[in-house]
Design a binder for this molecule. Structure first.
Ligand code: GLN
Length: 483
């Protein structure tokens, strides 16, 4: 373990619930305890951009009143949850890690956030992230990087670094993040927590400040697989406000995750274990594979040959969609407006120039280029075609295996500043996560080992669309030998 470390294991949802039901804890005291810890650690870790104390205490008191009457408690009663700052909460600052949304207070709640609260969760605050969720290290936040609680000299991963760090440091019991190309799974792996990429359409995107709409997903982070599954059960399900949300019924994911993994067929794709993979990461993931075999799974080595096209495909689709989505930030109706512009056109360009950071601008340029007349067919259209091939390749593989396991990231958490000078190297490191994003399938990132330097390693468990329960079962078998 590194010399300076702030890791602490939160209580499980089941223990918290038992404490509340028996009157051993009050939700208001629990919230106060979390705010004490946040106030102590946030100056060092920079996990939260803002706190939502008033709303949290109102909710906690509501829960305490229910508990005092002896009425049945809702499923997430009193559970302190942190919310990534790209998810809007009525009246709470929602910056998406960008200067351009400084001071913006949305007039409505994100569906996933509202569902958590309706299930009794206490929303403690908004977590730091890469600007508009663009990044893999949290160093692209306009409000400074988050530090990894395991070793504050290192990044927590990104873009949901604040949410992953919040759970790892026990500044919240669970958190919501978003994942467009790895932003839940990779920080979960860097911080040693569990992160879920739900199937595209499983969780409503209403109230998510869009980065790339055909890829963006909201999902939970938690300290263990069962709690992550329970969180997903609350936020999943159809929402008339998101036309892409699925009407499929929501299973009891926590309960289904209790099913043993024995008998499941596990695919291990060779393309995810090649050049560039850190040896210690490789060894930990292989150890996880061995654990699955010991738990009664059948392991099959498979091949997913289109994997090598995934990074360029992702960075075309994601930037093209981002360039369109970010056109709305112009300084007119909300967010940052440049103070001294002589003309309307100057006001637009100064506001955008001063409001967006370097990485966001780079992506708007790349995306605008890919969509421009003459290049559209060569880049954007081609990328859409390759995306289809990647999805079909996964579906073919899932005819033979129930889950596919891979590393989450080629390396563990790196030092702050180590990779900021080379955006391309940062993009290439997304190789293991962008494939599932493009294919629309689901997955879980679960800790599967620790390096000699004490850094956690995550295993990615992928499953077919709407196959979350299978991914949870496999992840629990890995977790059972690691924790
Ligand atoms: N690291 C990837 C990117 O920078 C993924 C980000 C995300 O999933 N939001 O685009």
């Amino acid at each position: 373990m590194p010399a300076e470390s702030y890791v602490e294991q939160p209580k499980t949802l089941a223990d918290l619930r038992a404490d509340l039901a028996a009157g051993r804890t009050r939700a208001a005291d629990l919230a106060a305890g979390y705010y004490d810890r946040i106030e102590k650690l946030n100056p060092r870790l920079n996990v939260f951009l803002s706190l939502t104390k008033e709303r949290a205490y109102e909710q906690a008191l509501r829960i305490d009143a229910v508990a005092a009457k002896g009425d049945p408690l809702p499923p997430l009663a009193g559970v302190p949850v942190a919310i990534k700052d790209v998810l809007v909460m009525q009246g709470a600052p929602s910056t998406a890690g960008s200067k351009i949304l400084q001071g913006y207070q949305p007039p409505y709640d994100c569906t996933a956030v509202a569902r958590l609260e309706a299930a009794g969760a206490v929303l403690v605050g908004k977590t730091n992230c890469d600007e508009f969720a663009m990044g893999s290290s949290n160093e692209n936040s306009a409000y400074g990087p988050v530090r990894n609680p395991i070793d504050p000299k290192r990044v927590p991963g990104g873009s949901s670094g604040g949410s992953a760090a919040a759970v790892a440091a026990n500044l919240a019991v669970a958190a919501l993040g978003t994942d467009t190309g790895g932003s839940i799974r990779q920080p979960a792996s860097f911080c040693g927590v569990v992160g879920v990429l739900p199937t595209y359409g499983r969780v409503s995107r209403y109230g998510l400040i869009a980065f790339a709409s055909s890829l963006d997903r909201i999902g939970p982070l938690a300290a263990n697989v069962r709690d992550a599954a329970a969180m997903l059960g609350v936020i999943a399900g159809h929402d008339p406000r998101d036309a892409t949300s699925s009407p499929a019924p929501v299973p009891d994911y926590a309960l289904e995750s209790d099913q043993p993994a024995a008998g499941l067929r596990i695919g291990v794709p060779s393309e995810y274990f090649g050049e560039g993979l850190d040896l210690e990461v490789r060894a930990s993931v292989e150890k996880g594979v061995a654990a699955l075999e010991a738990a009664g799974c059948t392991v099959k080595r498979i091949s997913l040959p289109h994997t090598k096209y995934a990074v360029p495909t992702y960075y075309l689709v994601a930037t093209a969609e981002a360039s369109a989505n970010l056109a709305r930030f112009d300084g007119v109706r909300y967010g940052y407006r440049s103070p001294d512009s002589a003309t309307l056109s100057d006001m637009y360009s100064h506001s955008r120039d001063e409001g967006f950071g370097a990485e966001v601008k780079r992506r708007i340029f790349l995306g605008t280029y890919a969509l421009s007349a003459g290049y559209y067919d060569a880049y954007y259209l081609k990328a859409q075609q390759v995306r289809r091939l990647l999805a079909e390749e996964f579906l073919r593989a899932f005819a033979e295996v129930d889950a596919i396991v891979t590393p989450v990231s080629p390396f563990p958490a790196f030092k702050l500043g180590e990779k900021t000078g080379d955006p391309l190297a940062m993009y290439l490191a997304d190789i293991y996560t962008v494939t599932a994003s493009l294919a629309g399938i689901c997955g879980v990132s679960v800790p599967c080992g620790v390096t000699h330097a004490g850094l956690p390693v995550g295993m990615q468990v992928l499953a077919r669309p709407m196959g979350e329960s299978t991914a949870f079962r496999v992840a629990r078998a890995v977790e059972a030998v690691e924790v």
